[in-house]
Design a protein around this ligand. Structure first.
Ligand code: ZN
Ligand code: ZN
Length: 412
């Protein structure tokens, strides 16, 4: 059977099988709430779309008001690189190859909807999620916490009859999700909401994004290749709300009667409510799992993309005796480890230094007074470079480079 020749019924069968294997409920699941006619009137246009699985380009149309990352509008300075400034280490004497190190930094707004900056948004959010687990385990984020075990990845999928709740009753839907999470013994977790699904989308992390060891921050090249390899040409999605959960669900394997997250409970929940719970198990990397889920998370103005619930909620987290917040490490020179400092391309400064020095005053004709050339890093991508010395200097007191944090143009 090729896709082009398949009947609708065949296609639906394949899609259903795929969805079920991903923890997404098959069609005609039942709701916790009794089904009533009034619900459908909230979004009467919606009912047919779900069963028929109408694929839409979310860039052009946002079913039920939800968007995906990168579909918004960038600010002017997003991705802009100031080639004549950067973060650098000019300590020639500490470098073996007679080179200086300069890092170009692009303007970033860190908004999920920004088509330029969403990758950095996702990377930064994923790092924050990882940190919250790390502060509890006092180790890597994947390590066990006494009384809680290791973090697991679970998915709870919403049956068709409740999907309309994402339109303007997400709070009601979330309460249902949290109640179900409690039934399977999830004690503290973060939630990432996905309004849409796509049969090409896999629930597991495709690959790892390397971390820059010196700063604990993501490696830029690795981030770029991650997004270019990931199938970003998936433009069509259908409404199929589900919630990704990363968190603690303590298990009691020795006393099965006390163990909440088992197949029987999951089956009972499905039979009673139509909601499908899937346990994808402990994590190799909390950060990579979170990052991948963020890449196609629901984005909507006024809604948090990441929510913390139960013992990890903002209200309760401190009771788990976490380590203090980690202070971000500054970027350092890859060779001499000195902290990078703001630098500027300013070849004129050296020339005027010569002009005004008494020794050279009488021989001005020997000086090169031509206009300074462009920065040697003109046209380069964001990142660190080893370049020939000369023309770069540290900033003077009171001088400032452009901030890499881009904000909305001033609201005057
Ligand atoms: Zn941006
Ligand atoms: Zn250095």
């Amino acid at each position: 059977m090729t896709w082009g020749q398949a009947t609708d019924a065949q296609l639906l069968e394949v899609l259903n099988a795929t969805c079920v294997s991903l923890g997404i409920p098959p069609e005609r699941g039942r709701s916790i709430a009794p089904s009533s006619g009034t619900k459908k009137s909230i979004a009467p246009f919606f009912e047919p779309n779900y069963s028929v699985r109408l694929y839409v380009d979310v860039k052009a149309w946002r079913p039920l008001g939800w968007n995906l990352p990168s579909n918004g509008v960038a600010y002017d300075a997003c991705g802009h690189i100031w080639y004549d400034e950067g973060q650098g280490c000019l300590r020639l004497e500490n470098h073996s190859e007679n080179k200086i190190y300069v890092r170009l930094v692009a303007g970033t707004c860190f908004r999920a909807e920004c088509p330029v900056c969403y990758q950095k948004w996702a990377a930064r959010e994923a790092g924050r999620i990882e940190d919250k687990f790390k502060r509890l385990s006092r180790n890597n984020a994947e390590a066990s916490v006494p009384g809680y075990g290791r973090p697991v990845h679970a998915v709870i999928s919403v049956p068709e009859i409740d999907a309309f709740l994402i339109y303007n009753n997400l709070d009601i839907l979330k309460d249902k999700i949290y109640a179900i999470a409690e039934k399977v013994g999830l004690k503290g977790y973060c939630v990432i909401f996905h309004p849409y699904a796509n049969e090409k989308m896999h629930e597991e992390t495709p690959e790892k994004i390397l971390i820059d060891k010196s700063t604990g921050d993501f490696d830029l090249d690795s981030l770029r290749s991650y997004y270019s390899k990931m199938n970003k040409h998936i433009n069509f999605w259908y409404v199929r709300p589900h919630f990704h959960i990363i968190g603690y669900a303590p298990r009691d394997y020795d006393n099965p009667e006390n163990d909440a997250f088992n197949e029987d409970t999951i089956t009972r929940i499905y039979n009673e409510t139509g909601y499908v719970v899937k346990n994808l198990g402990v994590r190799d990397s909390v950060r990579n799992t979170a990052h991948y889920q963020l890449t196609h998370a629901g984005v909507k103005k006024g809604f948090q993309t990441v929510c913390w619930v139960g013992d990890l909620s903002n209200r309760n987290y401190h009771k788990m005796n976490p380590l203090p917040k980690f202070i971000p490490k500054p970027h350092t020179c890859p060779e001499c480890q000195a902290e990078l400092a703001p630098v500027r391309w300013d070849p004129q400064a050296e020339i005027s230094g010569q002009v005004f020095s008494v020794d050279n005053y009488s021989s001005a004709e020997c000086l090169d007074l031509s206009e300074p050339g462009p920065s040697p890093l003109e046209g380069m991508r964001e990142g660190g470079y080893w370049i020939d010395p000369g023309g770069w200097r540290y900033l003077d007191r009171g001088e400032k480079n452009h901030s890499c944090l881009v904000r909305k143009p001033s609201h005057r």
